[in-house]
Structures are given as structure tokens and as C-alpha cells.
Design a protein around this ligand. Structure first.
Ligand SMILES: *[C@@H]1O[C@H](CO)[C@@H](O)[C@H](O)[C@H]1NC(C)=O
Ligand SMILES: *[C@@H]1O[C@H](CO)[C@@H](O)[C@H](O)[C@H]1NC(C)=O
Ligand SMILES: *[C@@H]1O[C@H](CO)[C@@H](O)[C@H](O)[C@H]1NC(C)=O
Ligand SMILES: [Zn+2]
Length: 248
């Protein structure tokens, strides 16, 4: 499998997951359909499916136009508010598209229909996390609680294999890492990642293993972070981190 990162709008990411065995592709959050179709044409693959991570317009807002151009695409998602949905995905659903295996992971909080897609083949593992897990951060809690985000990050996503590549919905990495450093200043992995980020304008993908080292929202059980922000348990730490980040 090959993943093409397709920057869209200002700081949003769409992706094209290419199944090299079948010469087919899946678009993730194709908010600018023409860019996706151009990328598929250039890669000489047939677009068969769409994965929508959640219903927000900067992720699902291209579905209408894309389906008007390619009416036969299968559109996967976990929220009835997603336009043109054809395949409703539930937590832990597994299915195949071409030679790729997919597992749907319900990761609610940013929205209550947020779905992450864990995609694997013989050689590769990748997860598409929308606005739930960002590189160095997480999405805002629009339709969920700190408990929901803690579950989504530390129970669901953290249990994927460490080498799983993480592809998220926005390039917010630099500001996320600067915030992370303010609550975890002695973390050398974090310091290194921020330096790396200064000279890499596209920071995706990272890996689950990396995120566990520097993403404070995946480290809410760490006593150092708890102490630095004056909290004593993971859920209060999650709530406080989010509030601090919102005002950072
Ligand atoms: C995605 O890009 C659009 C258009 O540039 C921008 O208005 C929007 O704020 C971006 N999405 C988010 C969540 O920042
Ligand atoms: C999905 O799998 C996880 C981990 O095994 C489990 O905790 C969760 O309850 C499952 N979800 C559903 C809806 O069965
Ligand atoms: C999800 O959130 C929306 C908007 O807040 C609400 O209308 C809807 O009832 C919620 N759905 C579930 C399953 O909680
Ligand atoms: Zn969103």
C-alpha cells in the first residue's frame, strides 16, 4: 500500500490510499474532489471508495461533488450526517477493499460519529484519524467528554501496533508541539520533534509509537505531566490540557 498526502484548503489533509496490487485507490476526506481525481489519474489507479472520518464540512464537504463526478463510489462513514453515505461503518467492523484489510475504530469526542480507519496489507499498517488524534495533539471536544477522548486515544488508538503510521486531518503539528513543550518541557523526544518540524512543513505521517512519546493527550497518565499542570488523575488531566490548549 502507498499513501499519497494531498493538502487541501488551507491546512486540511486528504489522502489517497493506493492498493498497488489491485491498482485501486481509496480517498480519505476528499474535500477537494478535483485534486483527488487528478492524483488518482496521475497514479494510474481506479478510485473505488471514500472513507469519511467525520461529518464536518472540511472533511465530508466534498462528497456531493465527488459523487456527482463519480456516482459509483462506495462512501464509508459512521455518522448519518455524512452526505452520500453508502456503507455505514460500526465499531470494530472489518472488511476488505481490493487487497487491503480495514478495521473501523470508533473514536468519538471531537464528534460522536468520528471513525478512524486502520488499514493494513502484508507489509504496512496505517491509521487515518481525522480530527481525533493529531500529530502532537488532538481535536476539540465538540460532541464528547474528556473520558471519551481518553478512551479514544489511550484505549483504542494506543493499542494499535507501535509502527502503525498516523495520518491525521490537519497540519496543526507545530502549534501542538509548542503547547506540548509548555506542559512537558524536559521531554527530549518532544524537543527533537519540534526541531524536525521546523524544517518539514508536512509532518504526516508519524507513528503510534512516536505519539506515545511526545503527545501529551496520549500521556495523561504520566505523573510528570499531571504534576506540571496541577492534576492527579488522567481524566482531569485530559480536561485541563484541552482547556489550556484552547487558550494557548
Ligand atoms: C480547513 O481549511 C478551510 C479553508 O481554508 C479553513 O476555513 C478551515 O478552517 C480549515 N479547517 C480547520 C478545522 O481549520
Ligand atoms: C470493539 O473492540 C474493543 C476492543 O476489543 C472492545 O472493547 C469494544 O467493546 C468493541 N466494540 C463493540 C461495539 O463491540
Ligand atoms: C451527536 O451529537 C449531535 C449534535 O450534538 C446530537 O444531535 C446527536 O443526538 C448525537 N448523537 C448521539 C448518538 O449521541
Ligand atoms: Zn472536525
Amino acid at each position: 500500500m502507498k499513501v499519497l498526502t494531498i493538502p487541501a484548503l488551507e491546512d486540511n489533509y486528504s489522502y489517497l490510499i493506493i492498493d498497488e496490487k489491485a491498482n485501486e485507490a481509496i480517498a480519505v476526506d476528499p474535500v477537494e474532489p478535483k485534486k483527488i481525481l487528478k492524483a488518482a489519474t496521475e497514479a494510474q489507479v481506479k478510485l473505488t471508495s471514500v472513507f469519511t472520518t467525520h461529518h464536518h464540512w472540511d472533511h465530508a464537504g466534498g462528497n456531493e461533488e465527488l459523487l456527482s463526478l463519480r456516482p459509483n463510489l462506495a462512501v464509508y462513514g459512521a455518522d448519518p450526517r455524512i452526505a452520500k453515505l453508502t456503507n455505514f461503518v460500526k465499531d470494530n467492523d472489518t472488511f476488505k477493499i481490493g487487497s487491503l484489510s480495514i478495521k473501523g475504530l470508533m473514536t468519538i469526542c471531537h464528534t460522536n460519529g468520528s471513525m478512524s480507519y486502520f488499514v493494513t496489507d502484508d507489509a504496512d499498517k496505517a491509521v487515518f484519524t481525522g480530527d481525533t488524534l493529531f500529530i502532537g495533539g488532538c481535536g476539540r471536544f465538540f460532541e464528547g467528554t474528556p473520558e471519551d477522548m481518553h478512551h479514544s486515544l489511550s484505549s483504542v488508538l494506543a493499542s494499535l501496533p507501535k509502527e502503525t503510521r498516523v495520518y491525521c486531518g490537519h497540519e496543526y503539528t507545530k502549534s501542538n508541539l509548542k503547547f506540548a513543550l509548555s506542559v512537558d518541557p524536559d521531554n527530549t523526544r518532544l524537543q527533537e520533534k519540534l526541531i524536525w518540524c521546523e524544517s518539514n512543513s508536512i509532518s504526516v505521517p508519524s507513528t503510534i509509537g512516536e505519539e506515545l512519546q511526545y503527545n501529551p493527550f496520549m500521556r495523561v497518565t504520566d505523573p510528570v505531566i499531571q504534576k506540571n499542570i496541577g492534576e492527579t488523575n488522567p481524566i482531569d488531566t485530559m480536561a485541563k490540557l484541552r482547556e489550556m490548549k484552547n487558550n494557548f
